[in-house]
Design a protein around this ligand. Structure first.
Ligand code: SF4
Length: 170
């Protein structure tokens, strides 16, 4: 039985083919400079944070920095290029916490390299949207058919690039 996870939510907005491949255990390690830089930014930013943050993991989500006292999830990202994906992933975390009886949680997205901070909240409409696309995610990942390539500029930064485009130019 497959479940929706935080990673699948972000891939749903990034590329449904990538989501299907990941969900069906066709994985490639992402060693790109982008990922390395993202990890470095996250580590160096959060090193300055104190012990008010805890890591929580349940129902397919893993939140690295949850401020339990103020009910705030903190996420650091390298660039706002895929901001909508980041926002929905954070909304999904808030949704899962709500489903588990933890209400009034907010999210804070931080882009240290751009000095940008974005607050994320979950509306009633968002809950309906999440429930709809969660159904769609399950339907896609349990299908025998892998979705088509998206042929987008995003592909060049994707760990599945060689797998998708072997012998082709995008
Ligand atoms: S290379 Fe492009 S089409 Fe293939 S999984 Fe990645 S984003 Fe999707």
């Amino acid at each position: 039985m497959k479940h929706v996870t935080g990673t699948l939510i972000s891939y749903y907005f990034y590329c449904k083919r990538r989501m299907w491949l990941h969900a069906n255990d066709i994985c490639f390690e992402d060693n790109s400079e982008d990922v390395a830089m993202g990890k470095l930014i996250e580590e160096t930013t959060y090193l300055q944070r104190n012990s008010n943050f805890e890591q929580i993991e349940f129902d397919g989500i893993k939140i690295d920095y949850y401020d339990h006292k103020n009910k705030i999830i903190h996420e650091t990202k390298k660039s706002p290029k895929f901001e909508q994906t980041h926002i929905w992933q954070l909304k999904y975390y808030i949704y899962i916490l709500k489903k588990n009886g933890i209400d009034n949680v907010k999210g804070v997205l931080e882009y240290p390299t751009e000095h940008k901070i974005q607050t994320v909240e979950l509306s009633i409409d968002n809950i309906k949207e999440i429930e709809l696309f969660s159904k769609e995610i399950i339907s896609i990942i349990t299908s025998n058919e892998c979705p088509p390539k998206i042929k987008s500029s995003k592909c060049k930064n994707c760990s599945y690039y060689e797998f998708c485009y072997v012998g082709e130019e995008v």
